[in-house]
Design a protein around this ligand. Structure first.
Ligand code: G6P
Length: 622
């Protein structure tokens, strides 16, 4: 998804370096072109844009056209929505005069009619983007008869927009003014000493400041080297204290691993410990975040739960269905947000909606949850990003505490999402008086053992004689792979398949093991390996039967099994063992070898593991 960076500061600053560095830290969001605009000390607004990776822009700038030092600049990584990912459609987009320019993340839904109107008024469009209407709209107010100032022109332009946006605007006529605004797109302000920053997210500016203001929907920020003022679209002044971010800049770097994804896979024990921290104390469960909802009675009459999520977060929701139904005996549905939002869902005050979104910014999830709220449903959100958009739509927020996840594919946020959802299930079960103290203690200690158990799998995988990497290298030529499981093993299979296709581009599908014979088994041949989630469970024997059906078709079978299960070797060509745990928590361990398998397969195929093609970390458009 598009990334924005902006800077305003003293004369003679190397603005280009600040912008390029910020854009490099936003690369993980996924993009297909990049650009910057810098206002040099000589007073010229210079624009440079390039299709493809940021490296293309950097090379172009190295070859002679690097802007001189200046005071002000904006940069952008674009993930194409309207118009091809080429040089012309890359941001920033200037107006007709070239005196002002805009970067934008989001979608201007009424761009076609605005474009028509502006063209009739004499504006010349150079790109196919929806964003360019913003540049011309601002121009029309700024240079129009009324001669509004830049901030007012931005405000008036944004009032005409329907859709979503986070924008940054600069003008050659204002060397000390950077304007940002947001509505359903992420944008933060970073406060420095005689310099200020704008960015899509915190890691982009962490190197420069830890004092951050999170802009709210419909707010405009005017940044000058020594001041920041925030107003609403209606011009009402907003007072907001900055928050101080305690993230370690190191934590956002690769820390010695060749890829962020591998680093984040290895961070999972630590991430999980943080997610459990303070929530399991002295053998008791404490979800203080839910106290207010409980006191207000919002959780007393829940008849049904709907988990709304996308991608990996949806898989976490599917796993949680089993846990919550088992413990709280409340019916749970996990629904992909893009389906939920158009399904005219039957929800009300007795339906608890749980949003699972690591980024907190996924457009479909936000809209779905907003609808649920409009119907009076209480909302609990589970996210990794403090003060992200979803938090403002929620009665309570359970943070994952996983630390920044830079790799586009979700790893540690998956494991922490499943764990936090599990704690929520236990909480609801306890609230309903359905979990006596003894089993509760057993569940909590099983949860507390998981970080060490994940560490054990990772330590084993680091040994030179471990099976995962050679197996992945061996399989890297496959055209297609299948994953099967039953019960919680089924969503684990879905997530294993998703990891593989996301980063290695091998076609992979997850199936409920018992359903395979009703059609998909026709796809199997000796060239199509199958991975079976066969950890200890009440359906273990059934999974083994399905593995036999597959082997009878000469497909190679790899089993994920519980340590100590030697018998499984008779039914599989390869076995990857994980420690034993309660069935309900087994996905948290079974997924680790699957993540590593996907990672090593992708590396063997030479894929871009941290930024897979066509994917974005945070999908802020529909
Ligand atoms: C994108 C990412 C996925 C992620 C999904 C949902 O598609 O590439 O990794 O699972 O969005 O993101 P969320 O932030 O809502 O969990």
């Amino acid at each position: 998804m598009c990334g924005i960076i902006g800077y305003v500061g003293p004369t003679g600053t190397d603005v280009t370096t600040i912008l390029l560095d910020g854009l490099a830290r936003l690369e993980y969001r996924g993009y297909d072109s990049a650009g910057i605009a810098v206002l040099t000390t000589a007073g010229r607004l210079e624009l440079h844009r390039r299709a493809g990776k940021l490296a293309n822009l950097v090379t172009m700038l190295k070859n002679g056209s690097r802007p001189a030092p200046g005071t002000l600049g904006i940069g952008h990584t674009r993930w194409a929505t309207h118009g091809r990912p080429d040089d012309t459609n890359a941001h920033p987009h200037p107006d007709c005069t070239g005196l002002l320019t805009v970067v934008h993340n989001g979608i201007v839904e009424n761009y076609a009619e605005l474009r028509q109107e502006l063209m009739l008024a004499g504006h010349t469009f150079r790109s196919e983007t929806d964003t360019e209407v913003l540049s011309h709209l601002i121009e029309s107010y700024y240079f129009g008869e009324a001669q509004h100032d830049l901030e007012m022109s931005v405000r008036l332009a944004l009032r005409r927009i329907t859709g979503s946006y986070a924008i940054a605007v600069v003008s050659q006529e204002h060397p000390d003014l950077l304007i940002g605004a947001r509505c359903n797109g992420p944008l933060i302000v970073g406060l420095g000493e005689h310099e200020q920053f704008l960015a899509s997210d915190i890691p982009a500016i962490l190197k420069h400041t830890r004092r951050i203001i999170i802009l709210d929907e419909g707010e405009i920020a005017a940044l000058r080297p020594d001041s920041v003022s925030i107003t609403t679209l209606d011009g009402i002044v907003v007072k907001r204290e900055p928050i101080v971010v305690d993230w370690d800049a190191e934590a956002a770097e690769k820390g010695g691993y060749p890829h962020f994804v591998l680093k984040e896979i290895y961070e999972q024990p630590q991430a999980l410990r943080r997610a459990l921290l303070g929530r399991i104390r002295d053998g008791q469960l404490h979800l203080a975040e839910l106290t207010r909802m409980q006191q207000e009675g919002l959780l007393n009459n829940i008849q049904r739960i709907i988990i709304v999520a996308c991608g990996t977060s949806y898989h976490a929701g599917l796993i949680a269905k089993y846990a919550i139904e088992q413990w709280a005996r409340i019916p749970v549905e996990a629904v992909t947000a893009a389906e939920f939002r158009y399904s005219d869902p039957i929800v009300g005050p007795e339906t608890l909606c749980i949003a699972v979104t690591q980024s907190g910014e996924t457009a479909d999830t936000l809209v779905g949850i907003r609808q649920a709220r409009e119907h009076g449903a209480p909302v609990i959100s589970i996210t990794n990003v403090v003060a992200s958009a979803i938090t403002r739509l929620s009665d309570a927020v359970l943070y994952l505490q996983a630390g920044p996840e830079i790799g586009v594919v979700a790893t540690k946020t998956f494991v922490t999402s499943v764990s936090v959802l599990s704690m929520l299930g236990l909480y609801l079960g306890q609230l309903r008086g359905r979990i006596p103290a003894a089993p509760m203690g057993e569940f909590l200690s099983a949860l507390e053992r998981l970080p060490d158990q994940i560490q054990h799998i990772l330590d084993k995988a680091s040994h030179s004689d471990d099976a995962i990497e050679p197996l992945a290298q061996h399989m890297a030529h496959s055209q297609s792979m299948m994953f099967i499981g039953r019960g919680v093993g089924y969503p684990t299979a879905l997530e294993g398949a998703l990891k593989l296709k996301e980063i290695s581009y091998i076609h992979a599908e997850g199936f409920p093991a018992g359903e395979l014979k009703h059609g998909s088994i026709a796809l199997l041949d000796p060239e199509t390996p199958l991975i079976a989630i066969a950890t200890a469970s009440h359906v273990y024997e059934k999974v083994v039967s399905n593995m036999q059906e597959v082997r009878a078709r000469d497909a190679r079978v790899i089993a994920i099994a519980s340590e100590g299960d030697e018998g499984i070797r008779r039914h599989a060509d390869d076995v990857l063992y994980v420690p034993a745990t309660l069935e309900v928590f087994s996905p948290l361990l079974a997924i680790i070898p699957l993540q590593l398998f996907a990672y090593h397969t992708a590396v063997a195929r030479g894929c871009n593991v941290d930024q897979p093609r066509n994917l974005a970390k945070s999908v802020t458009v529909e």
